[in-house]
Design a protein around this ligand. Structure first.
Ligand code: HEC
Ligand code: HEC
Ligand code: HEC
Ligand code: HEC
Ligand code: HEC
Ligand code: HEC
Ligand code: HEC
Ligand code: HEC
Length: 412
């Protein structure tokens, strides 16, 4: 054989190998690494079409732990119990995915989620029992007494359906009852295709909903030492560390998830963020939760992975004083408003008189922020967004009440 033909043969062989490599590299990673025929059939076919149309979807999936573990497109997209089937380019897929498509592999987590206020109580906060089955209501009531068996929000009616659907529901649908009989969605915190714990551990993920004057958790966090440290050291944290072996070496600065959900240094992950809460802080007048002692011990155990008991007990002692004083201020205002109703001076449905708003803003904005701020390191929220407003509205409310009584007396 001449040198020339050997050279051509080698060049062609190299070109073929390079070509194959380039083509292979362009294929989804799962397809390359796990070339079983079933897998290619499901992931490969779906990915082949969809990478052309929605590259982002396939790319997000390719980066996920699911792709690495061989969970394919169809594993999630196949119809689960009670779901409407749709013929789709040679496959049968579900018309709409819910938590039901995750529970098949994560049943334990789904059950924990069901116990939480992120499930049925979130929905009931707007619509009451409407849309929930009697079984769903009694199930949830076992874990969150009064969370589901209650009337719809009095605000929903005067604000009207468009506001509720595009407003309240966007956040509270985390616990929406689905047509297949399941509740809620897992993708608010994990997204549809990354299925990422790193995403769920970011404060901005919780802040999609936990923000604004009525529950300023992200604002409080951002001004707390924890938030400041997070911003400074974010790139040093192992946000994607495996939840089963997560330690304070991976996450040495806490995010929302660390305190409310993570299992750190051997503690267990929980999908019920009430597990570590001892007070009903969002309430008008805050009461202790039924599991007060256990919940407080659970949270303190988390703090103590990074702090001494003395520091933690000091924070709790201050915060509980703020709860007591906020309760006293709100209760006094509530008495004024209740008396106006009882004496027939303020009549009509809720939110039909200016004084309804003064009182509502007082506990719903100022009262809540002062309590939340005290537990989560937000001094400005205890003071200027909290107690200053409580004082201002106490004075305002008393003036409005006096004026209403004078007007009422003059009319008689
Ligand atoms: C032959 C190309 C092709 C294949 C294979 C394919 N799809 Fe699609 N898919 C489409 C097109 C085109 C659309 C846009 C709507 C339509 O035509 O159904 C779509 C839409 C979708 C939607 C949105 C449906 C909606 O109603 O909004 C989902 C979800 C989906 N595909 C998932 C999958 C999954 C999962 C697989 C694999 C089991 C898959 N697709 C396989 C082409 C394909
Ligand atoms: C971990 C589960 C999971 C896996 C794996 C998964 N999906 Fe999805 N996908 C979802 C969920 C949940 C939705 C939201 C569907 C809904 O609301 O009905 C969705 C939505 C979609 C949509 C509609 C997107 C839009 O914004 O309109 C397409 C297309 C899609 N998936 C394609 C794929 C393809 C292709 C793969 C594989 C490469 C895949 N999915 C893998 C869970 C998954
Ligand atoms: C076919 C089974 C299956 C389905 C369906 C499924 N998963 Fe998974 N999921 C897995 C496996 C396997 C792992 C890897 C677990 C491990 O390594 O311990 C995993 C891991 C995860 C993780 C942890 C990722 C990490 O970084 O450690 C999250 C979050 C997750 N899944 C969310 C979801 C969500 C949300 C859905 C539904 C939209 C879903 N899964 C549907 C099998 C599944
Ligand atoms: C930006 C997202 C968002 C919107 C919009 C929103 N909420 Fe909420 N809501 C939340 C969050 C987050 C909490 C939890 C606050 C806490 O526990 O401190 C909450 C708490 C509540 C609570 C107290 C908890 C309970 O179960 O009793 C009620 C009631 C409520 N919301 C009703 C509504 C109504 C009615 C609307 C619309 C008029 C609405 N929300 C709009 C996010 C939202
Ligand atoms: C409120 C946000 C939120 C919702 C809703 C949520 N998760 Fe998670 N999930 C998290 C966080 C945060 C972590 C990581 C905890 C940690 O730091 O280790 C996590 C971890 C996980 C893990 C890994 C756990 C482990 O021990 O390996 C899986 C799997 C998972 N979630 C699945 C689900 C499923 C399924 C649902 C729906 C039933 C769901 N998640 C709903 C926030 C959420
Ligand atoms: C899609 C919106 C949404 C997201 C995202 C979300 N939450 Fe919530 N969360 C809510 C709503 C709505 C409530 C109020 C439920 C109720 O009591 O009615 C709530 C309540 C809570 C509560 C109070 C539970 C109780 O028992 O009072 C905690 C704690 C909480 N969320 C933590 C988190 C954390 C941590 C994250 C992020 C990992 C997160 N949430 C992400 C909507 C959300
Ligand atoms: C350093 C730990 C820590 C961090 C970080 C943290 N929290 Fe909290 N959070 C607490 C403590 C402690 C309480 C009050 C516990 C109790 O009631 O005993 C609380 C209360 C809450 C409540 C009030 C529930 C109710 O009763 O109204 C919500 C909601 C909440 N946190 C959400 C968040 C969100 C969202 C973030 C991130 C933006 C966050 N937290 C960050 C420790 C933390
Ligand atoms: C994952 C570790 C971690 C967890 C969990 C944690 N913290 Fe921190 N905390 C820190 C770090 C880091 C700082 C900044 C320390 C410094 O200034 O060097 C800090 C600072 C503080 C400070 C400010 C101290 C000062 O004087 O400047 C308080 C108060 C505090 N944390 C309370 C708590 C409470 C209460 C909890 C539980 C509800 C908690 N922390 C949970 C890591 C953590």
């Amino acid at each position: 054989m001449s040198f020339r033909s050997v050279f051509i043969a080698v060049t062609i062989a190299f070109a073929l190998i390079l070509g194959a490599f380039l083509i292979n590299r362009a294929r989804p990673k799962v397809e390359v690494e796990q070339p079983t025929s079933d897998f290619v059939l499901a992931s490969g076919k779906c990915a082949e079409c969809h990478a052309r149309m929605q590259y982002s979807v396939v790319h997000e999936y390719e980066m996920s732990v699911h792709a690495k573990k061989g969970v394919n497109c169809l594993d999630c997209h196949q119809p689960s119990t009670g779901q409407k089937k749709v013929d789709h380019h040679g496959f049968v897929i579900s018309a709409h995915l819910t938590a039901g498509n995750c529970r098949s592999c994560h049943e334990g987590i789904y059950q924990e989620f069901l116990h939480s206020r992120h499930a049925a109580p979130s929905w009931a906060a707007i619509y009451g029992e409407k849309g929930l089955s009697p079984e769903q209501v009694s199930f949830s009531e076992q874990f969150q007494p009064g969370g589901t068996r209650r009337p719809p929000s009095p605000l929903a009616l005067p604000e009207g359906h468009p506001a509720v659907a595009a407003g309240c529901e966007q956040c509270h649908s985390i616990g929406k009852p689905n047509e297949d009989g399941t509740i809620g969605t897992c993708t608010e915190c994990h997204s549809r295709h990354t299925s990422s714990v790193a995403l769920a551990r970011l404060p901005s993920t919780c802040a999609q909903c936990h923000m604004g004057p009525d529950h300023s958790q992200i604002e409080i966090y951002n001004e707390s030492k924890h938030g400041v440290m997070f911003a400074a050291q974010r790139q040093l944290l192992k946000l994607d560390a495996n939840p089963k072996t997560l330690t304070t070496r991976d996450m040495f600065v806490p995010t929302c998830a660390t305190c409310h959900m993570s299992g750190i240094n051997g503690l267990k992950v929980t999908h019920d963020p009430s597990d570590r809460l001892s007070w009903y802080l969002a309430a008008e007048v805050s009461q202790k939760r039924p599991n007060y002692l256990r919940a407080q011990a659970n949270m303190k155990q988390v703090c103590q992975q990074c702090h001494t008991e003395t520091l933690v007990n000091r924070v709790y002692a201050h915060a509980e004083e703020v709860v007591a004083s906020t309760n006293a201020k709100v209760s006094a205002a509530k008495e004024i408003v209740t008396a106006l109703h009882k004496d027939g001076i303020v009549t009509g449905p809720p939110f039909s008189n200016p004084i309804d708003f003064t009182y509502f803003d007082m506990w719903h904005y100022d009262g809540r922020t002062s309590k939340h701020g005290a537990f989560m390191g937000g001094a400005d929220f205890v003071q200027w967004h909290g107690n200053y407003g409580l004082l201002e509205k106490t004075v305002e409310l008393q003036h409005e009440a006096d004026a209403l009584r004078r007007e009422h007396a003059a009319r008689r």
